[in-house]
Design a protein around this ligand. Structure first.
Ligand code: ADP
Ligand code: RBF
Ligand code: MG
Length: 384
């Protein structure tokens, strides 16, 4: 029986405004760990990333206290704060926006959706962080910092204060958050909450959120009664092109055998930054194989939820019939657009069917001038 559930999703409610968290939601989160890495060397310690999970969504003092305890540093919280503060000051204005953040802010702002920023960071630091992102400050009706409320997230206080200032009921506010304390705060405030977890493979922990996305690219504003994006073209989202290349390596050996879909894997070594910058998902673009030519390509990046890999891999399927394998040959990829988030599937057949659908979408889209022009990109020319 087909239930009404499949027609109207009763979970999503209409909202009137959007409240954003900043770190890890709109901006990359790595600054704290970058600084601490350098700093710990002074004490003969090595940053091992074990705090990464603790840092997400915490107040600065809580983070510092956790570091002192975990690394058994011979100093007080105050001492550590005063020593590392200068190391941060020149970093604030260089933090990159996360994929889709700029697009989301510009879209809502141009559609006159009221927006506000509510972050546990002190307001002064929030302002420094967003100063280099043009148009952001003007897009927010206001900014609330952690220093302007008595309790930071996970307390709902900061979000309740934002609703009050916008004069909109909490139940008509949509919160966008990356951290668990942030999601807790939004739900405790009685708001709708979309989570975009910063840590990979953590989505199962976000059961309190109304929706969990892998990145901001996957948010569909119309589901919340907000104006839809107009930039999808024939089921694809154009991206600022990016490049990756190297010799083809052996993969898991199941692409052709198990799925009938060969994927020419690239080594992820040396590309950790590039890979972490791009959300997992299904992308498409153009591929050059050594001297064989340039071909259309559709690929997945990520952990392949169906197989639950432990490593983020790049799996490009070249849309061409080759007579033989091309292991060790040079492969260059130019990625021009996004199709969808990686998903899990109940059966192998449904995964394969979905990948074939992706192929059709990519094959058609790549004939659009918007995408076909990249076929002539210098990166895909044979270098002599
Ligand atoms: P692996 O797990 O080693 O990547 P696959 O079964 O995924 O093995 O097969 C991928 C290999 O098949 C590629 O490395 C390449 O040499 C070859 N190949 C042949 N045709 C294609 C194609 N259309 N797209 C990608 N790889 C292909
Ligand atoms: N694997 C998944 O688990 N989920 C996906 O949504 C998914 N989408 C893919 C889309 C494309 C276009 C391609 C080429 C592969 C995709 N795969 C996905 C990856 C597939 O599982 C992988 O290629 C095999 O595991 C081979 O190692
Ligand atoms: Mg493969």
């Amino acid at each position: 029986m087909i239930s009404r559930m499949s027609i109207v999703n009763p979970l999503t409610k209409l909202v009137k405004c959007v409240l954003f968290d900043l770190d890890g939601t709109l901006l990359e989160d790595g600054v704290v760990s970058d600084v601490l890495k350098v700093y710990l060397v002074k004490y003969g310690k090595q940053w091992d990333g074990r705090e990464s999970k603790k840092i997400v969504g915490k107040m600065p003092l809580e983070i510092v206290a956790a570091i002192i305890e975990d690394y058994e540093l011979p100093c007080t919280t105050e001492e550590l704060v005063s020593e590392i503060t200068p190391m941060f000051s020149n970093k604030w204005s260089n933090i990159k926006a996360l994929p889709g953040a700029n697009r989301l802010i510009k879209h809502f702002s141009s559609q006159k959706v009221p927006l506000a920023l509510a972050s546990n960071s002190p307001k002064e630091i929030i302002e420094a962080k967003i100063s280099s992102h043009s148009g952001w400050k003007e897009s927010f009706s206001f900014i609330i910092g952690g220093d302007e409320v008595s309790l930071g997230k996970p307390s709902p206080e900061i979000y309740l204060e934002a609703a009050k200032r916008l004069n909109i009921e909490p139940s008509s506010c949509l919160v966008i958050e990356d951290s668990l304390p942030g999601v807790t705060a939004g739900k405790a405030a009685g708001m709708e909450v979309v989570a975009v977890p910063s840590m990979p493979k953590q989505s199962h922990l976000y059961t309190a959120a109304d929706e969990v996305f892998n990145s901001l690219l996957d948010l569909r504003p119309e589901k919340w009664g907000l104006p839809p994006f107009q930039d999808w073209i024939e089921r694809t989202l154009p991206l600022e092109p990016w490049y990756i290349g190297g010799p083809v390596i052996k993969g898991f050996g199941r692409g052709s055998k198990l799925l009938g879909i060969p994927t020419a894997n690239l080594s992820t070594e040396g590309y950790s930054t590039l890979l972490s910058e791009h959300p997992s998902g299904v992308y498409f673009g153009w591929a050059r194989v050594s001297t064989r030519g340039v071909f259309k390509m559709v690929m997945s990046i990520g952990w392949n939820p169906y197989f639950d890999n432990t490593e983020k891999t790049i799996e490009p399927w070249l849309l061409h019939e080759f007579d033989d394998d091309f292991y060790a040959e040079e492969l260059r990829l130019l990625i021009v657009g996004y199709i969808r988030a990686e998903a899990n599937f109940p059966t192998l057949e449904s995964l394969v069917a979905k990948i074939h659908e992706d192929r059709k979408i990519a094959e058609t889209a790549l004939d659009l001038p918007l995408y076909s022009k990249y076929r002539d990109d210098p990166y895909l020319r044979i270098s002599v």
